[in-house]
Design a protein around this ligand. Sequence first.
Ligand SMILES: Cc1cc2nc3c(=O)[nH]c(=O)nc-3n(C[C@H](O)[C@H](O)[C@H](O)COP(=O)(O)O)c2cc1C
Length: 298
Amino acid sequence: MSAWQLCGVPLGGPILNGSGTFDAIAARRAFGDALLEAFPFDLFVSKTITLEPREGNPPPRLWETPAGMINSIGLPNKGLEGFLAHDLPRLAELPVPLCVSVMGFSRAELELLVARVAERDEVSLLELNVSCPNVETGLIMGAHPGETAAALERLRPLCDKPLVVKLTPNATDPAEVALAAEGAGADAVSLVNTLTGMALDPRTRAPGLGGRTGGLSGPAVRAVALAQVAGVAARISIPVVGMGGVSSGPDAADLIACGAAFVAVGTESFRDPAAGRRIGEELRELGVDAPRLSPQTA
Ligand SMILES: Cc1cc2nc3c(=O)[nH]c(=O)nc-3n(C[C@H](O)[C@H](O)[C@H](O)COP(=O)(O)O)c2cc1C
């Protein structure tokens, strides 16, 4: 039996990618089968898919900041059907289990996404990206415990695969949202998503990003991630996947010390596509390799 299990899914180690920060299909094109022989992560999380295809935001979409970057990518994707037909078969060739990230703009959309994705054998877990407005209520699902619980209660009966709720840091109290998610049947939570940020073009003083605002990530958010992971992990008993500004083994060890059972690497993979593997090795050198079992299997 594998030493590492996320909600019963055996993994080779504790390192995941942050959704949307590593394009495994493009990396396979660039690096060929060498990517599969030394895959940087122990579990692959897809970029977030939506029900309908999306073009994403107008450019520029990335802005470098001191110790981080702001992205306003706007979730471009092929939509559910395009993903199932074209991307899923290629992601299923990766040598690690697959988690598919979904986002719905209403509970009905989320239900359809979860039901269709969960029935595919290639998928081991689902991640719910709840950082978007619910068009029915105008509220950001993941910013309100009641919204999160109401969505989970409808999704839980549709899916017997583990559901991970990706928490947004742009909430008054992410721990309350995590508690609500756990109470409504979530199997794990992951955090932090990006922090809302803005950059101005120095020549015009107008917003520099095509989407006006975007999400701040990288080392600039690491202190926030540590505080939020510690705050959430202290309140819930389901596993926590910690992320936010991790670029080294010691950074990952800090998140684990704050209560994360698993660590995801995001922005650092833009600088070093092999960062996930390096950070896993650095963690092992630090001796942070004790088996961690999710409550279902412990
Ligand atoms: C370019 C970019 C795209 C992202 N796309 C997604 C996404 O599709 N879904 C999602 O849940 N999070 C997305 N994120 C957030 C990351 O998964 C992660 O939560 C965040 O960047 C913090 O980790 P980091 O500081 O290590 O990058 C994205 C982040 C970046 C930088």
